[in-house]
Every structure is written in C-alpha cells, then in structure tokens.
Design a protein around this ligand. Sequence first.
Ligand code: GDP
Ligand code: MG
Length: 690
Amino acid sequence: MDETLIATINKLQDALSPLGGGSSSPVDLPQITVVGSQSSGKSSVLENIVGRDFLPRGTGIVTRRPLVLQLINRRANKPAQEDLISINKTTESGGQSENNADEWGEFLHLPGKKFFNFEEIRNEIVRETDAKTGKNLGISPIPINLRIYSPHVLTLTLVDLPGLTKVPVGDQPKDIERQIREMIMKFISKPNAIVLSVNAANTDLANSDGLKLAREVDPEGARTIGVLTKVDLMDEGTDVIDILAGRVIPLRFGYVPVINRGQKDIESKKTIREALKDESSFFENHPSYKAKAHYCGTPYLAKKLNGILLHHIKGTLPDIKMRIENSLKKYENELSLLGPEMSESPTSIALSMITNFTKDYNGILDGEAKELSSHELSGGARISFVFHEIFKNGITSLDPFDQIKDTDIRTIMHNTSGSAPSLFVGTQAFEVLVKQQIRRMEDPSIRCINLIFDELTRILNQILSSPQYSRYPALKEQLSQHFIQFLRDALVPTNKFVTDIIKSEETYVNTAHPDLLKGSQAMAIVEDKFHPKPQVAVDPKTGKPLPPSQQPQQSATPKEDENANGFFGGFFSSKNKKRLQSMEAPPPTLRATGAMTERETMETEVIKLLISSYYNIVKRTVTDLVPKAIMFKLIVFSKDDIQKVLIERLYNSKDLGELVKENEMTIQKRKECLKMVEVLKNASEIVSSV
Ligand code: GDP
Ligand code: MG
C-alpha cells in the first residue's frame, strides 16, 4: 500500500512533468531541503541518499547557490515492480562511479545536454556557481536546476543549500548571514518542504542554527528530521546516545547518526559503496551503537525519509486531488469557451457566428439574456428607460409659454384675422401658435432615435465582448461593421417616419379632438377667473334659492358684442381716432401694443387655455407614437432583418476565407489547454486510483 503511494507520486510527478513543475503546476510535490551550518555535511548526506558522487563537497563554503535536484525515476527495461526499489537498494547498487547509459543528468541552464559522467556534473555545478557568484566565495539565491534520470532513484526533489555562516570571508557581503538565512527560509517555509536538519555530531547541538530555523517554520516538528554527521570524528568516549534518546533537543521524528566520507576519503576517491560498508561496520562495532545499529547510518536515514515522505504524501493527497480537479475544471471550461479546432467551412463558421449573434441580440432585447445583471439595466430595459423616462420627460417638459408671450398672441390674433376680420379670430391664432409649438417636438424625437441607436450599438459591443467571438477577430470586426452600417441605413426611414408623425401633427390641428377643451368651457373658466360668480344665497331652512329680491346685489358686466367689434375694435381704439382721421401709413413694424382691454386679456387667456389643452393632447400622442415608430422602423426591423442582412453581406465578402482565420492567440491557447487537460486528466486518474 505504502509502496503504491510512492509509486503514485512518482507517476504523478511524471504525469505533471510536462508542465515544467514551476508555479503553473497545480501540485506542489514534497521537496527535501537540507539546512545546517557550513561544512556540517549537507551535500555529503544528499549525495549518499542519491547514491552517486556528483556534488561539490569540501571545507569552507562550497555550496554557494541553491541546487534544486530533481530525481526522476526512469524505468529501465525492467518489470514495473522494480520501480519501487527502496532507497536502501538504490544506494547499494548505485555506488559505482562508472558511466551508465540509463543514468544521466540535465541542467535547466543547458537544455538538451545530457551528462552521463557524474564527475562532469560536479564540474558543471562548480562552473555554474562561479558564473553567478563571482570568483571569491560570493553567494547567490538563483537556484541551479539539475535533473537526474535514473532507474535507481526515487522520484523526488532535493534541495541543497549553502550553510549558515556568521562571518563574511572573501568578497562576501557584510550581511551574508542574513542573505543566506533568507534564502534558506524561502525554501523551508513551503509547506511541502521536508526539512533535513544536518548537524555535525562533534559540535554542540544547542548552538545548531539548522535546528533553530527548522523550528521556526515547523514548530510541531511534523516535517523535520534530524541528521547527525561526523559521528566518526567524535572524541574517544563520547557519543550521541543522549541526543538519539531525545534527552537534548527532542524532535518528533528523531535523529539519525550517519558517517559520510571525510576529506581524506574524497581525495582518495573512496566510492560510496565502500563508504556505506565502512559506515555500517562502524555502527555495528561501536560499543555505544551496536545494540541499535539498525537505527543508524545512511540506509536507515533513507528509509526514514521515505516514511516521512509517505506520511507527508498521505497528508497532502486530498489537497493535491482537489487542486488537480479544480485545475482540470478550469482548463476544460476555458477549452469549451475557445471552441473546437477549426474543421468547418468558412461559410458554416460565419453562419454559426451570425446565428449566435442574432440569438444573443434578440435575447438581450427581449430581456432573456443569460447574464441578466441585478446591478444595472441591460438591453431591452435600457431601451424602455430611454422611451419612458428620457424621451417622455423631454417632451412633457416642453412649455409652450416659454416662447409664447401675451403680446404675441395679441399680434397673431390681429394678423390671423388678415384683411378680412374673421368672426372668431381666436381659432386661427390658436392654430398658428400651437403649430409652432408642435414643431418643437421634432428635436427631442430625433434625439430619442439617436439614443436608441447608441443603445443598439451598445448591445452589439456587449455581445461581441463575449469570449466566443474573439476566436475569429476579422469576422467579428466585419460583423460589427455591417451591423452598424445596417443600423445607419435603417436610421433614414426611421427619421423620416418620426418627423412625418410630428409633421402630420403640425399640419392638421384637430380642433374636434374629443379631449380638447371646448371654446365655451375655456371661456367659462376665464370668465369665472375674472368675474367670480357670487354664490347664490340659499334659504338655510329649505335649501332652496332665495327669491331675487333677497339675493345680494351684483354688478352687471356690460356684455360687449364680440362678433360685432372683433379685436380690431380694441387695437384701433377710440384713442387712435386722430390717426384714423389723418389716415397715416402703418409703421414698418406693426405690433399690437398698448394696454390690453379686459376683453383682449380674456381672449388671450382663452387662447392660452386652448393651446395648453391641445398641446397636452399632442404630447400624449407623440410620447406614444414616436417610441412605436422607433420600435417598428429600427428595433423590431433590426431584429427581423439583421440575420438575413448579415448573411448576405458576409457571404458576399470575397475574402470570407481570410475572415475566418483563427486568432493566433486562440490557437496557442487551445493547444496549451488541450495539453493541460490531457496532463491533468492523467494525473486525476492516477490520484483517484489510490
Ligand atoms: P556542507 O557544507 O554542509 O555541504 O558539507 P560538505 O558535505 O561539503 O562536507 C564538509 C566536509 O566535511 C567535507 O570535507 C566532508 O568530507 C566532511 N564530512 C562530511 N560528513 C562527514 C562525516 O560524517 N565524517 C567525516 N569524517 N567527514 C565528513
Ligand atoms: Mg554543501
């Protein structure tokens, strides 16, 4: 079961490796990171775990850049079960230093170059370290990435880091301690980091920086494992039994004592296999350790590491699962938005885009759009707002008496009577004045058409901003242009229709309109205003009017015969009698001037009342008819005809083939998504098999 788990992670990492393992990878697989003081033996421990000589080791600061070491288990021609080789076997069988055709290393900074010789790998690490850090012991946080492909390793990632130092040497900056500390923290604070805290057994554990750092990021000790190196260098009679027993600084996963090759062994090119043999005989024969020898040494460390790894994987697997599923969903969704790869003919692509567009357009106008927002009005609702708020207010706020002054009414009353004073001149004056005012409704009506035009292009842009249209940018552009042209063309008959409505209102004033105030009613109102009728006194007992003798006295208004005198009677009043007699020519601008007689004032009031009444009728008609006209000539017309027109125009473009070329980015994105989906599906299958 456990073995399967590791195998699963191996497979998972293989499956996800096309993603590059960078930040784009949905899964953070465990990394084993070494921390400890300088020269405590970190690189040596790692090398032993891998089972090959390839890391620069030695006294002083040797590791000066992080080395991210990805071990990739690569099946040789062996049955599948062999993949699950434990590290114990690995270290034993991988001890030889000779080249092996199925084991090699590759650096990220040297893509494609395979290193079969591990000595060369070491040289390349040294060379590349110097390249970025300067000659004189500088450090750099830029990692070196090395992958080792081998049938003898477990797929996992190890990170070798510079050791903690306190005092700068060579060209090292003054704050070298802080810099290294930060570099280490960056790696070990990741929750997927397993911290290998390396301490030389011949130094004081209480001063261990490695342990201190490990505790900062992992106070529970859930992912920290202690390693004691250089046990062979301890003074006679001293041992690490107290530490191992947890009596010094206890660690949940405890400590493993190991013996790596010393400086002398390195110089004499002692192989790892020999070193491991010597290590185990050391522990088996040492008086302090021989009772517990199988809990000591590199093979046990590897096994323990393996166990912690397993534990860690078990803990993170549900999370990994979830992340894989989420990423998978995300990419599948994106893929479906991008649409399938182009295999259809240009005409059918154009047809389906036009059909979708028409459907979306009608849907928005009818208020059936998929993404109806609750924050703002959209489509049809906005159009309704333009009609019933903006346009209606524009019309109702028109006040005829902004422009018509009483004197104008009088002048027109005189003028309209022309050379033959009419019997009731008021009618004509009323018509002339009201027609002028009706013409004022044309501007807001035209403006309303333009506002609707803007709303329709707004809907166009709203629809085209959806990702499905970005696939064929040229086709989309053409569709947009044709749509706007189509609307522009439709504006001409719409404008004509609407101005005709206003014109017909203007042409014929329907004085017989049932809602229009009757002349007699208007007169009664005015009469009432000027000469309020006294109340008829009523007998309080019977409720019947009192006889005339008992009514209060009322002043009788002298009833002038309006028909007989006409308004000219007022204009050429008796005061002008002298002029009449001298028969002077009329002045160049002839206006009705002078104080108005009471009857003139009343006539003016009557006309004003009639204008008001009729104007309100026209307002009602216009606010009702103009939206209907726009609906008919522009909106519904566009709904009904847009599909046909777009098909005609787009089909007839000579370069339809060019228009349906897919956006380069879309093609690229689809490729990426397809790859991601495939990889993640694979990963998902692997994970769900556990
Ligand atoms: P790092 O700086 O922590 O990576 O330490 P290295 O792995 O480079 O080792 C520093 C020096 O200590 C090297 O010369 C190693 O040979 C030596 N060394 C490491 N571990 C042991 C050990 O267990 N025993 C002995 N005798 N020497 C060791
Ligand atoms: Mg080192």
